[in-house]
Design a binder for this molecule. Structure first.
Ligand code: PMP
Length: 305
């Protein structure tokens, strides 16, 4: 990633991509206390638009508040930086990565003297789970790594260090030949993927794990809205067991990077006939139309640059 042309927004300045560096004693590198977002911009007929920018920025600030990190910039500055980084890098569609982290002013677990820094990088990133899998569906392994619990972490925060949990789960799944992991919560109910929320469809009703230890995904919110308003379906947030997922009619993952990804198999259990289901396909198409600016009803979710 480091050897690229382009510019990274770094503490209010644009720095050449290869020069956007930190010291080895950077606090966040040692202890993981930092917050970040993953945002996408899409090319629409009316130009490039960032999807749900304000909601991502709100979650970034909420994450910082939960962890006691004083944001060094305003939401307006973070929004402007994300727009500018696309313009500066001449990107018409992109994945955008804002991150807030502590500097190298001191060691130890307190954060008193530390400076808080901000970066925004952006680059072109295709289908996170593979283009062919968007139709074929992914294979998922229930992980032996449980998702954090509400009394061990600020589960709603999108914090750097929390991704060790996700990475362990993904590593295990991939070592066993699966595309993704499905983490359960500490009580054995479905939680989420390593970087995605999960939905299941059963007898015409859509279910997704209630918020608690899972990330309040912005794609999750969008899909709940689209399934309810556009497909007239019931979406129920509840505790879901692993066996319910095995026998579901359809299963799919959602996330900014992953978008709407069908799940064709969990462990050795094929989901229905092991193909993308019709509701998943409809939601994928609806989501693509919304992010691509083709559904005027959801135009407010787009921030044109
Ligand atoms: N869960 C986790 C653990 C994630 O990292 C992500 C990606 N941010 C999601 C869910 C999906 O969230 P969103 O739809 O906001 O990208």
């Amino acid at each position: 990633m480091e050897n690229k042309d382009g510019w990274i927004w770094y503490d209010e300045n644009f720095v050449p991509w290869r020069e956007a560096r930190v010291h080895v004693l950077t606090h966040t590198l040692h202890y993981g206390m930092g917050v970040f977002e993953g945002v996408r911009a899409y090319l629409t007929e009316q130009g490039t638009a960032i999807f749900r920018l304000q909601d991502h920025t709100k979650r970034l600030f909420d994450s910082a508040r939960m962890l006691g990190i004083t944001m060094p910039y305003t939401p307006e500055q973070m929004n402007a930086a994300q727009k500018e980084v696309l313009i500066k890098n001449k990107l018409d569609s992109a994945y955008i990565r804002p991150m807030i982290f502590y500097g190298a002013e001191g060691m130890g677990l307190h954060t008193k003297e530390l400076k808080v820094h901000g970066i925004v990088a952006a680059w072109q990133w295709g289908a996170y789970l593979g283009e062919e899998n968007m139709q074929r569906g992914i294979s998922v392994k229930v992980s032996s790594i449980a998702r954090y619990a509400v009394n061990t972490a600020m589960c709603r925060a999108k914090a750097n260090g929390y991704y060790i949990n996700s990475m362990l789960a993904l590593q295990e799944a991939q070592q066993h030949g699966y595309d993704e992991a499905l983490m359960l919560d500490v009580n054995g109910y479905l939680a989420e993927g390593s970087g995605e929320n999960i939905f299941i469809l059963s007898d015409g009703v859509i279910y997704t794990p209630e918020l608690g230890c899972v990330l309040d995904g912005i794609t999750r919110r969008t899909i709940i809205e689209l399934a309810t308003n556009e497909l007239g379906m019931d979406v129920v947030e509840k505790k879901i067991t692993r066996d319910e997922a095995y026998i579901a009619d359809e299963v799919f993952f959602t996330g900014t990077a992953a978008e709407v990804a069908p799940v064709r198999k969990i462990d050795e259990h094929c989901i229905a006939d092991g193909k993308r289901g019709p509701v998943t396909e409809k939601l994928q198409a609806l989501y693509n139309d919304v992010v691509g600016g083709r559904n005027k009803k959801y135009q407010d979710y787009l921030t044109f640059i």
